[in-house]
Design a protein around this ligand. Structure first.
Ligand SMILES: C[S@@+](CC[C@H](N)C(=O)[O-])C[C@H]1O[C@@H](n2cnc3c(N)ncnc32)[C@H](O)[C@@H]1O
Length: 304
């Protein structure tokens, strides 16, 4: 059997641990430290010293022991480990939501994705992984300081600049319009928005998303959720929006004490999804009528 070629970047390094690899060390209390291996280097902790040379040339999943006899498990970090420990500018999209976004957006190798804002670049890493080297992720971030953080994070994760990533510092709407005015007309298969006021970007997104393309909006509050959905409906170029959230409950596993953990992250955000209609298409009226009062007392129900 032949081994398939390694995909792009250091993140996919396989085989024995080598210089330059990022390695996550976990102590018996499950505390984690990430180090970058270098010949002759040492990792110092209050529990003793780990010699990098004790790891270089060995497989992942080995245990090394400090001079004080404390064992550390060594593994290359997964994407989930990386984003939870990387430097942050803005709040990140957590792995549970990033995984769902990749699935709901139906991302595929080669897809052309528009993303705004980038924040710390956590979601960007998932998007780039899903579209691969042959895809394209065009990301917009209006704050230079956050863009800088995200660029470092993405490059660190992929072990260098990702060939499918383009980062623009600027507000999404004026930046895209300016690019289009210069003749750089862009068309995307998928759009992912994570920002305070995504409804402001619906008009420009409607212009650049291909018919049938998927829009995913991540919002933190119900007021943002409502305004996003109503803006999409009013815009009229979209399928009926769908909204959902995911609650992730981890479990305690100890002998007969197998039960949900006492603590969980109760709320991260809501996801809104919708698809771009073909130009000129008018969505047939909804068969299910809004609940009485949903739009206020004065609202007249449309006649089907
Ligand atoms: C919550 S953060 C994004 C976090 C990111 N998804 C991650 O996983 O690391 C929201 C970001 O959107 C940016 N932003 C807000 N409105 C924007 C706009 N109209 N165009 C570009 N960026 C915008 C903010 O500066 C902020 O960095």
């Amino acid at each position: 059997m032949t081994t398939p070629p390694a995909p792009h970047g250091a993140e996919h390094r396989r085989g024995l641990l080598r210089e330059g690899d990022r390695v996550q060390l976990t102590d018996p209390k499950k505390r984690m430290h990430t180090i970058t291996l270098g010949a002759g280097k040492q990792f110092h902790t209050s529990k003793g010293i780990v010699e990098h040379d004790d790891l270089i040339g060995r497989p992942e999943g080995v245990v090394v022991t400090t001079g004080k006899g404390v064992p550390y498990l060594a593994l290359r970090p997964l994407l989930e480990d990386f984003v939870l420990s990387m430097p942050r500018g803005a709040t990140i999209v957590y792995p549970k939501d990033a995984a769902l976004i990749v699935g709901l957006a139906d991302l595929y190798p080669g897809a052309r994705v528009l993303e705004a804002g980038v924040g710390s670049g956590a979601l960007t890493c998932s998007l780039l992984r899903a579209v691969g080297d042959q895809g394209y992720v065009s990301s917009y971030e209006r704050r230079q300081d956050f863009a800088d953080v995200s660029a470092v994070n993405v490059e660190t994760f992929f072990g260098g600049p990702h060939p499918a990533w383009n980062l623009t510092v600027g507000d999404l709407t004026p930046s895209l319009r300016a690019a289009n005015a210069e003749g750089n007309d862009a068309e995307f298969d998928r759009v992912v928005l994570d920002m305070l006021a995504p409804w402001d970007c619906v008009p420009v997104v409607s212009e650049v998303l291909a018919p049938g393309g998927v829009l995913i909006v991540y919002v933190a509050t119900t007021t943002q959720l409502s305004r996003t959905v109503e803006t999409l409906r009013t815009d009229g170029r979209w399928t009926e929006p769908r909204a959902l959230e995911t609650l992730l409950r981890t479990w305690h596993l100890e002998g007969l004490a197998v039960r949900p953990d006492h603590r969980m992250n109760g709320h991260t955000g809501f996801l809104v999804t919708s698809r771009r209609l073909a130009e000129g298409t008018v969505l047939p009226p909804r068969r299910t009528r809004p609940a009485k009062g949903a739009y206020g007392e004065d609202y007249e129900l449309p006649t089907a």
